[in-house]
Design a protein around this ligand. Structure first.
Ligand code: BYC
Ligand code: FE
Ligand code: FE
Length: 472
């Protein structure tokens, strides 16, 4: 057998060519990964040429390399952001010490758990999105879907690299398990709830990339602060790719919303559905559904796990180094709103225990910025409708508010009141059925489905009319 050119096969900046142990582990895992990709990755289109961006090195030019690629031949690589030789731990109980290049024994289990949870979401999302190619509203959107899919595949590789390199036998077993769980499967579901919800229409896809991938941004950013340096550097590089996923979600939502507003104006009775579009209240019900599921992804408001992650310097706050002066989070408190006997009151919790909520705060205000922009677009078209994010207490399945019922504004209500309004607040089966009637492929060059506005720009300086996917 000749020497394998690892650099070409698996582009990397982790010295794979000289690391026999990692070669062996990856060598065994990679065929199973490909088998998973072929079985659970995008349905159809696997033999088509897609105009994709491939990361071939970690510097600015290297990760923005565009060319036609068939997805199974995509070069999933392993990239960590450049090391900082002077980097010190900058928060929690280990503050001031050198960052760790190996895993401290006492944190082995928690770190593995965090890496596995992160890793599990990546293939889960590919599974959730696997049918979407068949109903893409344009070649441009089809290409963006596949770009997101191959990069989520690469994010799985990123976590598997850490498991293989730093967690021995257990890590290799976990890496195999990541290919065995299945989104929505009753017996072996993915770990977090939002990643077991079906996502097979494009409104759901854009909600997902808007709200679930944005959880990814915040979780990755908090892990990018970690004292475990290989994890921090891995997440830092993943964030460069994540930016595109968030762009797809935010702009996708905006394009549907703009088109819906236009069709509402156009229709004599102001009914977007009569014009073959999605009406704004339906979009709002999809937002209420996905936003509430994605708030759950941050974990409990008050969590000893979260306190430990921070205290052990494993997970920082969003931009911990840049945005905070005080990095122990000791002797500080966060105020919570709680419902008791149908009334809202406040309680305090130690700040370290409230770290999930601190991260959720940043996430919510990020989402709000996007919604404000969508509302400007609606107003400009001259339609009287405002999108809004539901209150953080609405429709929660995890944490402090999971056992109670709240309305969209976060006021406590009875279960009967919630059920009476469920179909006004959350997307219904009828909404889903209607949206699905619109999901017809529009795969002609330069054409776009009626229910969504075209993008303002194409990809990589190319026009919207560019042949982003070669279907022949
Ligand atoms: N569903 O103390 P608690 C992304 C469990 S997205 C089901 O409240 P903690 C991406 C929890 O595991 C980013 N179970 O939570 C996006 C625990 O179970 P055990 C993914 C849940 O630990 C789009 C129990 O409830 N990355 O990258 O403080 C496309 C109580 O735990 C859920 C990460 O999540 C839920 N939603 O925080 C592709 C980062 N929430 O131990 C990719 C890694 C909680 O009692 N994960 N539970 O059996 C973490 O840091 C933490 O695990 C969490 C939970 C923040 C998720
Ligand atoms: Fe990801
Ligand atoms: Fe993503």
């Amino acid at each position: 057998m000749g020497a394998i050119d690892y650099q070409t096969l698996i582009p990397n900046n982790v010295n794979l060519a000289d690391d026999r142990r990692l070669q062996r582990a990856l060598g065994r895992w990679q065929p199973n990964y490909l088998e998973w990709w072929n079985e659970m990755g995008p349905d159809g289109f696997q033999t088509k040429d897609i105009y994709l961006r491939t990361a071939i090195s970690a510097d600015r030019q290297g990760w923005a390399h565009f060319d036609y690629v068939r997805m199974p031949e995509y070069r999933w690589g392993i990239f960590l952001a450049e090391p900082d030789p002077n980097r010190k731990i900058h928060f929690g109980d280990h503050m001031g010490q050198d960052v760790w290049q190996t895993v401290p024994g006492e944190y082995r289990n928690v770190l593995r758990r965090v890496i596995v949870t992160q890793g599990d979401t990546e293939p889960a999302s590919v599974e959730q999105q696997r049918q979407l190619g068949n109903t893409a509203p344009s070649l441009y959107d089809l290409r963006n879907l596949f770009q997101v899919n191959v990069e989520e595949g690469r994010h799985l590789w990123a976590m598997v690299y850490l498991l293989h390199s730093y967690f021995g036998r257990e890590g290799r077993d976990e890496a195999e398990e990541l290919l065995c769980r299945r989104s929505g499967d009753e017996d072996k579901p993915r770990i977090l709830d939002a990643f077991n919800q079906p996502c097979d229409d494009w409104l759901s896809f854009f909600c997902f990339t808007m709200f679930a991938d944005r959880d990814g941004k915040y979780q990755l950013a908090s892990l990018a602060e970690s004292a475990f340096d290989p994890l921090a550097r891995t997440c830092r590089f993943m964030l460069t790719e994540e930016a595109h996923h968030l762009f797809v979600g935010d702009k996708g939502m905006e394009r549907i919303i703009r088109r819906s507003a236009e069709l509402t104006r156009l229709d004599p009775n102001g009914e977007a559905r009569n014009q073959g579009g999605i009406d704004l209240p339906t979009i709002q019900r999809f937002i209420n559904f996905w936003f509430s599921y994605c708030l759950d992804l941050f974990g409990s408001e008050i969590s000893t796990n979260a306190a430990d992650y921070f205290g052990h310097s494993l997970k920082g706050r969003f931009q911990e180094a840049r945005r905070y002066d005080e990095h122990t989070a000791l002797n500080q408190f966060k105020t919570f709103t709680v419902a008791s006997a149908g009334k809202l009151t406040t309680e305090e919790a130690p700040l370290r225990n409230a770290m999930n909520e601190v991260l959720r705060d940043d996430y919510i205000s990020d989402c709000q910025t996007a919604v404000r922009r969508w509302n400007k677009a609606i107003k400009k078209i001259g339609v009287d409708f405002e999108m809004a994010l539901p209150n953080r207490r609405f429709h929660r399945r995890q944490g402090l508010y999971a056992e109670q019922n709240f309305d969209l504004e976060g006021n406590p209500i009875t279960e009967a009141e919630f059920e009476a309004n469920r179909d006004v607040w959350l997307r219904t089966d009828a909404d889903l059925a209607y949206v699905r009637t619109l999901m017809k492929p529009c795969h002609e060059k330069g054409k776009i489905a009626n229910w969504i506005a075209p993008p303002r720009n194409g990809v990589d300086g190319k026009p919207f009319e560019f042949e982003y996917v070669r279907l022949v």
